[in-house]
Design a binder for this molecule. Structure first.
Ligand SMILES: NC(=O)c1ccc[n+]([C@@H]2O[C@H](COP(=O)([O-])OP(=O)(O)OC[C@H]3O[C@@H](n4cnc5c(N)ncnc54)[C@H](OP(=O)(O)O)[C@@H]3O)[C@@H](O)[C@H]2O)c1
Length: 276
């Protein structure tokens, strides 16, 4: 088992403090990246039906030789499958592609408020958990209002909300809502997809002070804020670096400096983004 710390979820299960993203790897590249990452000690893997690499991700897990019960495998229901029956069917599709008996964390990929089917979709997720096919259920790209509505209409809060988060979009308000409701924050595009944040002189200077890389500084920022980053890397060296975050600690001042109040999205706005 890896030495990565983990978090307790509101459903009694646990989630590693850092995971591996797999977008935009194809099946062959995902198989390599996932098998390699598990060999390095990763135990949380993030995919989605819409990434088109569930088959490769499943193969990577099988090939790694890591016992299935040690791996926390995440996948997501896409917009075109919103609705109760559609979600149950979509899950079966994902499960067959992944080649697994159960999924550890199943997420609604985007809320699509205009389509207005995320509550029915959520009811199907609850059913999948009751049936033992999914260990934990969550959402992605949900706003505070979307979370409120799930809670009001179903009485069940997600265990996780996977949102865009990085130093250019620190998500203070939504993280406070998550903390109040007991929802764990997962951060997608945790490195803001590369250069801009990693080459920022502030990040570089903090990295130098701690004798680590800029990527490690940014990922440590996430973990110290209580969020679980899922950096994507297909490179074994960067995969190793991205997991090796717990031998140094940023100061409170450094955390504040890194989240310098900029608000820049690289992905869609959850209120309007439509991805089917
Ligand atoms: N829920 C959603 O709507 C949603 C949306 C977007 C993404 N996601 C998930 O979040 C994951 C991560 O997000 P992302 O892939 O958009 O962005 P990211 O993880 O912030 O950045 C990935 C990029 O950074 C490079 N990189 C990785 N580690 C590095 C390091 N230590 N130093 C320098 N460069 C590094 C990678 O290249 P190399 O591979 O060459 O290392 C890749 O080009 C995705 O893979 C996906 O699983 C979810």
């Amino acid at each position: 088992m890896s030495g990565t710390p983990d978090h307790a979820l509101n459903d009694g299960t646990r989630l590693p403090a850092v995971g591996l993203g797999t977008y935009p790897l194809d099946d062959a590249a995902a198989e390599e990246a996932v098998a390699g990452a598990l060999g390095l000690g990763y135990r949380l893997i993030d995919t989605a039906l819409n990434y088109g690499n569930e088959t490769g991700t499943g193969r990577g897990i099988a090939r790694s030789g890591v016992p299935r019960e040690e791996v926390r495998l995440t996948t997501k229901v896409p917009g075109r499958h919103h609705g109760y029956e559609e979600t149950l069917a979509s899950f079966e599709e994902s499960r067959a592609r992944l080649g697994v008996e159960y999924v550890d964390l199943y997420l609604i990929h985007w809320p699509l408020p205009r389509v207005d089917k995320y509550v029915d979709t959520w009811k199907a997720m609850v059913r999948l958990r009751e049936d033992g096919l999914v260990r934990s259920i969550g959402v992605s790209n949900f706003t505070a209002a979307h979370l409120e509505r799930l809670e009001l209409e179903t009485g069940v809060l997600p265990s996780v909300n996977q949102i865009e988060m990085h130093p250019l979009l620190p998500q203070e308000e939504l993280r406070a809502v998550h903390a109040a409701k007991g929802v764990l924050t997962e951060s997608w595009s945790p490195l803001a997809r590369g250069r801009e944040v990693l080459e920022d002189p502030t990040t570089v200077a903090i990295a130098r002070d701690h004798g680590v890389t800029p990527g490690q500084v940014v990922l440590r920022w996430h973990t110290q804020l209580g969020a679980v980053p899922i950096p994507k890397s297909a490179d074994p060296g960067r995969q190793r670096e991205n997991l090796d975050l717990f031998g140094f600690e940023l100061t409170a001042q450094e955390l504040t400096t890194l989240s310098s109040g900029r608000q820049r999205r690289f992905g869609g706005d959850p209120e309007s983004h439509e991805e089917f």
